[in-house]
Design a protein around this ligand. Structure first.
Ligand SMILES: [Zn+2]
Length: 103
């Protein structure tokens, strides 16, 4: 059931997320086995990253609510060498994501 997913759009979003992660120096830190992503633009903010059943997920609004690529997962992919398209939780990997992916 991979009907209305626009992969080109998704790839562009990942590319932008990767650029933002670099520009904003997003770091991935390992806190006792739990990964978190920090952002230099919001020094006191960090987002939890965890391996969900659909791939790596992030608790920020973009990924958690809209299943969209985010700079935190882009930074994690860079750090761990994972494939953002197949190993992260987005509209491409969650089976019935149409309702969530209306943005
Ligand atoms: Zn995120």
């Amino acid at each position: 059931m991979d009907t209305d997913i626009d992969m080109q759009d998704l790839i562009k979003r990942w590319q932008r997320a990767g650029v933002r992660a670099q520009e904003e120096k997003v770091r991935v830190i390992d806190l006792n086995g739990e990964y978190r992503a920090t952002s230099s633009s919001q020094p006191l903010e960090s987002y939890r990253l965890w391996p969900s059943e659909y791939g790596w997920a992030c608790e920020c609004q973009a990924n958690n609510e809209h299943l969209m690529p985010c700079k935190h997962l882009a930074a994690l992919a860079d750090a761990l060498g994972i494939d953002v398209l197949s190993d992260t939780r987005t509209i491409a990997t969650v089976p019935d994501a149409e309702t969530a992916a209306t943005v």
